[in-house]
Design a protein around this ligand. Structure first.
Ligand code: MTE
Length: 314
């Protein structure tokens, strides 16, 4: 059965989530077994199903948000500032064909087709907590592969201390880039040890299918212990650098957004508390959830920041 996505009726609306999920997994399996050729003629293929294995060890056991929630409540300023804007406007993004430039302090540099970048990597599903700096959260089943595996292939030199990620710059595809009030393109970066950490994912899909445009198709970053803004979407350039790059939100408001952006309930945003969060899907009047240090990933990542004053390096 083909699940067709239309702007009005989404599969998650008409199918109970568990069934919907199982069906997606089933379809992913079927397509993996070569059923893709059996799509009825004339049906526009929606988001292609991906072949992946589940990484239970690195997944949380909390219930994931629905596909509907994850794809209709977004931050992607290239398509507008309201949470519903990316879902409404991101159809102008063309994620195929796509290429990624590898630049800077690495032995292997150049422009590569996305297919060539992805080829050697086996895809995994990982259910991660997601915490936005605006104090809302979700749980998201990403599909991707460890960024560290990819970094190794490009052989960074000893000078490479940071990895910088740049989003596409193309005002025809990203209409808000016509406005000058944002320092386009969107740029983010990680310290090399953060980039190499096994939790750091290059995401290419969610709920078993390719990434919807509004979630950063075709390639985005996902470091789950950091505030959502670290996770650059629709990446076209990965650059290895010696000096700590300025990230977009730090350029825009240096007092409010630092380089590290580690989720930290003890360090408030200057304009609001970070101690708790509104979990999308809990309902507007539900009790807020307590925010966890490093978004609940402290056991895995706290050692990266040993000895650092996390108030200063926020
Ligand atoms: N990447 C780009 N290129 N542009 C953006 O506006 N927003 C960031 C991050 N990556 C953003 C971006 C912010 S603030 C958040 S919270 C997450 O994307 C949102 O990801 P999601 O919409 O998939 O939940």
């Amino acid at each position: 059965m083909l699940i067709r996505r239309t702007p009005d009726i989404r599969p998650s609306e008409i199918t109970p989530e568990a069934v919907f999920l199982d069906r997606r997994r089933l379809i992913a399996g079927l397509l993996g077994a070569g059923a893709a050729a059996a799509l009825p003629a004339g049906e526009a293929p929606a988001l292609a199903a991906l072949k992946y294995t589940r990484n239970a060890k690195l997944s949380v056991t909390e219930k994931p948000n629905t596909f509907e929630e994850i794809t209709n409540y977004n931050n992607f300023y290239e398509f507008g500032t309201d949470k519903e804007d990316p879902a409404r406007n991101a159809h102008t993004l063309r994620p195929k064909p796509w290429s990624v430039e590898i630049a800077g302090e690495a032995e292997v540099r150049g422009k590569f087709n996305l297919e060539d970048i992805l080829k050697p990597h086996a895809l995994e599903e990982r259910i991660y907590r997601f915490r936005c700096v605006e104090a809302w959260s979700m749980v998201i089943p990403w599909v991707g592969f460890p960024l560290g595996d990819m970094v190794k292939r490009f052989k960074p030199t000893s000078k490479a201390k940071y990895v910088e990620f740049t989003t596409l710059l193309d005002p025809r595809q990203m209409p808000e880039q016509r406005s000058a009030n944002f320092p386009w393109p969107y740029v983010e970066a990680l310290r090399m040890d953060e980039a190499m950490h096994p939790l750091t994912l290059m995401a290419v899909g969610l709920y078993g299918r390719e990434l919807p445009n509004q979630n950063g198709a075709p390639l985005r970053l996902m470091a789950p212990w950091k505030y959502g803004f670290k996770n650059a979407k629709s990446i076209v350039r990965i650059r290895f650098v010696e000096k700590q790059p300025r990230n977009t939100w730090n350029v825009l408001a240096p007092d409010e957004y630092g380089f590290y952006a580690n989720v930290n309930p003890k360090v408030d945003h200057p304009r609001w508390s970070q101690a708790s969060e509104r979990h999308i899907g809990d309902g507007f009047f539900a009790k807020r959830r307590e925010t966890l240090m490093f978004n609940g990933y402290a056991d895995q990542v706290a050692s990266l920041y040993q000895g650092m004053d996390l108030r200063r390096y926020f």
